[in-house]
Design a protein around this ligand. Sequence first.
Ligand SMILES: [Zn+2]
Length: 169
Amino acid sequence: MESQLIAIVAAVLVVVVVFGILAYMVISAIVRGKELKDAWNECDDPNVPDLRKYWCRKCKGHHGIYGGGEKETTKCNNCDSDDVHRVTPITLWQKFGYSLFTLVCLSLGIVAETLGVNTSPIQIAYVFYGMAVLCAFVFGYVYRTKSAARNEWLIWAKERGYEENAKKI
Ligand SMILES: [Zn+2]
């Protein structure tokens, strides 16, 4: 009985974490949309570095994007490449959030296994382990791509007089 209760609590925890992350994503998407609009109102020169805009890795510039719907990927207005990225620095909070999600799944798996929670036909512990591994892979990939694009952008931006700590956005 007790182990079942713990399994339920664990499942509720996972749902809370997932919903928290989703809410955060929605809110930050709204804020981003507003920032992007402001950025384009201020300046529409593709050669002026702007952290708020998407940057195309292929033709190197802030040319603007189109698409980004459910079926279509986000593409560059100038060269139609889908290698467009946001170039904001990866904050400590983002790293924390990414690792937290993986750690929560991992510890839930360990807890379930230690307590010997038996949920046939599928063992909940392995589901949690699977989620942890998946999260680690996805976030590792996102992180690598993002920091690679950011580094390329920084070199490009510095050639155009961008100073990293000049203004904080
Ligand atoms: Zn492009």
